[in-house]
Design a protein around this ligand. Structure first.
Ligand SMILES: [Zn+2]
Length: 72
């Protein structure tokens, strides 16, 4: 009674499976907001929390204006 091998279809999230651009975003130098987001991103990255890492990266990208304006 051989049963065919069943492969489970559990979602496997590998680092390579995440679109790299989702994690991209260059924090502007001397911008505290960008710096904080970059820390968030790397921390999320370290614990394999891709959703949080992508969210932080997105915020960095969206922080294209107003870097450090308040500190000017
Ligand atoms: Zn910024």
């Amino acid at each position: 009674m051989n049963e065919p091998t069943k492969y489970s279809t559990r979602p496997v999230v590998l680092p390579g499976a995440v679109d790299a651009w989702l994690l991209e975003g260059t924090p502007a130098p001397r911008c505290k907001v960008c710096a904080a987001l970059a820390v968030q991103r790397s921390e999320a990255h370290a614990r394999n929390d891709w959703a949080a890492a992508c969210a932080a990266a997105k915020e960095i990208r969206n922080h294209g204006r107003g870097h450090g304006e308040a500190a000017q």
